[in-house]
Design a protein around this ligand. Sequence first.
Ligand SMILES: [Zn+2]
Length: 323
Amino acid sequence: MSTNILKITKQYDTQAKCLSYLKSLRWGKTVKCPNCESDKIRERKSQPYQYFCKNCKKQFSVFTGTIFEGSRLPLPKWFAAMGLMLNAKSGMAAKEVERNLGVSYKTAYYTCMRVRIGMLMEHTSKLTGIIEMDESYFGGKARKYKKIPDNEQSIGANEITLKRGRGTNKVSVAGIVQRKGNVHTEVMGKLTKRNLLAMLKHYASSDNSILMTDGFKSYKAMDAYIDHLTVNHSKQMSKGITHVNTIENFWGSVKNGIKGSYRAISKKYLPFYLVEFEWKFDHKLYKGNEFEKLLKNALQHEKGLLYWKAKSTQNVKEVAYGK
Ligand SMILES: [Zn+2]
């Protein structure tokens, strides 16, 4: 369901209205100290929505520990940015947010990055049923290429085909999806059996599940953990239910999005974008209030920390999952 941006900007047109909404989403009726969880708190009379914890003597606000912490962007603009990003089915460039919100490019860029962290979901249940696993490759320059020989049909003379995927220095990303379910991705240094199997075990249950992959030899190792069918790409794209079309469609949406909306993305920041595309994929059929769900998710404690850590050190998912 698409998000009604006009409704959001009308309903939450002042900082106070936004703060009240965030407060209710984060704490409901009882404000709790993010530091010690105590509800013995006092709201500062001179500064509404600023709290003092009588237990640990710390000050905090609804922003503390979240992606909103330390941002000077007024909340109505934050909300608009989030609405815009949710509605942009194939991604929203910071340049567009800059234009729509009338903020600097830098502000737009960092706000978008924080919103992506807000989209990082903790998944409590494992994938099950029909599961597809596949890898894809992003960015970088292809190392090997060959000219198409003259005797082969080609569109233009001297056309160069780039050798894509396995064996190039692109960034490899592994993905796993449950049909009619959620998708997860991981940037992988090496697509080894060990790494792929660890990812499979992390996200998927082997009970009542069946795994579909292509013939890449590293997937052979999965047989010991889960029922496994291999799709032979050279023969046909799919045979009945045996296919990896779901995950391939997901890669297609990420690639289109990156090509259309974003300029070159560095290896370090690719995971931020992957989080965004995972969110979009997982919410394609979501019937609830996606905007509110995103706000709630973004208000989780530690999300802010995740953002600052990921920005300065490792990629966001490595930080999130402690790898
Ligand atoms: Zn406290």
